[in-house]
Design a binder for this molecule. Structure first.
Ligand code: NAD
Length: 510
């Protein structure tokens, strides 16, 4: 049964019906915006942005603080809707879709002004004698935001808070699988007193997302899969607009021989099963040296068997958000089994529950010939590969087209840091998993196929700005020297010889 289905429409809009992955009952229908409607939204946003950009940081922050208050007031509505729409476990709906947005928005309300403060500089080099420089963070204008389904509120609120604090307006195209969370978020922003049209939602599918890129936005912030990211990057290149691409991952976990195995097993279980594995920096591959392999696997199996899965949303592992993802998870497991992998826990769709549930699954005897170790599974699967030592683990961890995040587990923190530095990923954790997205000071973004650009904190919010240099000549007289004379050309050459042929002077003047 398809959870996301196009249905008949008597208008020019494509119409969709969405079913809950938990109850398999319809949550509602929605119409995809047409290209013309997307363009109108961008036009309205441009008008709203002109006024918003004139507001001080303190005024913008006041709106953001009020937004946090309304999220807290409406947290039960958010949690219930997100559970129904995505199938998340209740704790995860609260942690990811209420707590994280509160933290993210508050961060930019508090620190945004500091990150974007106008800076005055004296230029270096010979220019220092006659120029002053002002560096101004100007908003870009209208930001297009395209988001996935696995964190419908969190993955919207974070870029939205940054774009708004920087003085932009935002037109948002949420995932077609989670349209109702976006409607609720819009309602919340209205209740928080957002100026009209500053944040708009255009519902729709990939076609609507493509229309948004063509609708005249000044930047595109995209989070989603590698395949779509490639198309989005191409379209942004054609339109010459800046883009950040936050894409998929295949995060590796390296368990060192000296790791605290209880702690590492906890980390593996949490890392692989959090958010039903629908987590861009969830742990998808675990490498364990043979000296501790058996003990580690035993601990992981024990912990996995204790996890619960219920239709009420109060278990540890939620539902698989939609049938398309279930197909990928099942295909990866089937491919791994066919190539010799063994399933120690789970492994088949949980048919004791009526919804789309896949149990937390532990797989061993895996290798890099299997899709399970090569392609993003994005499901509750913990795959463990036995390796000789940490060096082999590192080589295998880096043997991936993806490079989002990863984690290293050891009691020797210096060694952990050294190994982390050699991982070709956007970020790494030592003795923890996937927390870097939650630390604003840690720029977040993938390398290799996992993305382009970094988000969050100082780097992220500045990405929603044009850094505008204003150069002021400090002299009191006209500069002169034009038209040129033979003497002025000779004088310039003499100056070059004096300054740059002399190793003391050239250092002094650069
Ligand atoms: P997806 O790529 O299928 O869709 C993402 C968004 O792009 C949706 O809103 C979709 O409608 C839109 N879209 C589809 N085609 C488009 C087109 N041609 N032009 C413009 N927009 C288009 O991804 P998904 O299945 O919704 O999300 C899961 C993926 O997102 C996973 O790969 C996951 O790893 C990734 N993700 C990455 C991060 C990160 O921060 N790196 C965070 C969360 C999720």
């Amino acid at each position: 049964m398809a959870l996301f289905e196009e249905i008949e429409s008597d208008s020019e809009h494509r119409r969709y019906n969405i079913k809950s992955p938990i109850s398999l009952e319809s949550i509602g229908e929605f119409d995809a915006a047409t290209a013309a409607e997307v363009q109108s939204a961008v036009k309205r946003a441009r008008k709203a942005q002109r006024d918003w950009a004139t507001r001080s940081f303190a005024e913008r922050a006041a709106v953001l603080w009020r937004w946090v208050e309304v999220i807290v007031e409406r947290q039960d509505d958010i949690v219930e809707l997100v559970i129904k729409e995505t199938g998340k476990a209740r704790f995860e709906a609260i942690a990811m879709e209420v707590m994280a947005p509160c933290m993210q928005i508050s961060h930019y309300a508090k620190y945004g002004a500091r990150y974007l403060q106008t800076r005055k500089r004296r230029p270096t080099g010979v220019m220092r004698f006659s120029k002053k420089l002002t560096l101004l963070y100007q908003p870009l204008g209208v930001v297009g935001l395209i988001t996935p389904w696995n964190g419908p509120i969190a993955l919207t609120a974070n870029p939205l808070a940054q774009a708004l604090m920087a003085g932009n307006a935002v037109v948002h195209k949420p995932s077609e699988v989670t349209p109702f969370s976006a409607m609720l978020l819009k309602e919340i922003t209205q209740a928080a007193g957002f100026p009209e049209d500053l944040y708009q939602v255009v519902q729709g599918d990939g076609e609507t997302g493509a229309a948004l890129i063509e609708a005249g936005v000044d930047k595109l912030s995209f989070t989603g899969s590698v395949a779509t990211g490639r198309k989005v990057g191409e379209a942004c290149g054609r339109n010459l607009i800046p883009v950040t691409l936050e894409l998929g991952g295949k995060d590796a976990m390296i368990v060192c021989a000296d790791a605290d195995l209880d702690r590492a097993a906890d980390g593996a279980v949490r890392g692989s099963f959090f958010n039903t594995g629908h987590y861009c920096c969830g742990t998808e591959r675990v490498y364990v040296p043979e000296s501790v392999y058996d003990a580690f696997v035993e601990k992981v199996v024990l912990r996995t068997r204790r996890l619960t899965q219920t239709e009420a949303g109060d278990g540890d592992v939620g539902a698989v958000c939609w049938d398309k993802q279930m197909d990928i998870i099942e295909a990866h497991i089937a491919d791994a089994k066919e190539k010799g992998a063994r399933i120690l826990v789970g492994g088949e769709r949980n048919r004791t529950l009526s919804g789309y549930f896949f149990p937390p699954t532990v797989v061993v005897d895996v290798d890099h010939d299997m899709d399970l170790m090569r392609r993003e599974t994005f499901g509750p699967v913990l795959a463990i590969q036995k390796v000789r030592d940490e060096e082999e683990a590192l080589a295998l961890a880096n043997d991936s087209d993806y490079g989002l995040s990863g984690n290293v587990w050891t009691t020797d923190l210096a060694k952990g840091e050294a190994l982390a530095a050699r991982l070709t990923t956007g970020s790494v954790c030592v003795n923890d998993m996937a927390v870097s997205y939650g630390i604003a000071e840690a720029p977040f973004g993938g390398v290799k196929m996992s993305g382009v650009g970094q988000v969050n904190g100082e780097v992220g919010i500045r990405g929603y700005c044009h850094l505008h240099p204003i150069v002021i000549d400090t002299g009191s007289k006209a500069r002169g020297g034009y038209p040129y004379t033979p003497e002025s050309a000779a004088g310039l050459q003499k100056l070059i010889r004096i300054v740059f042929a002399n190793r003391f002077l050239r250092k002094l003047f650069v």
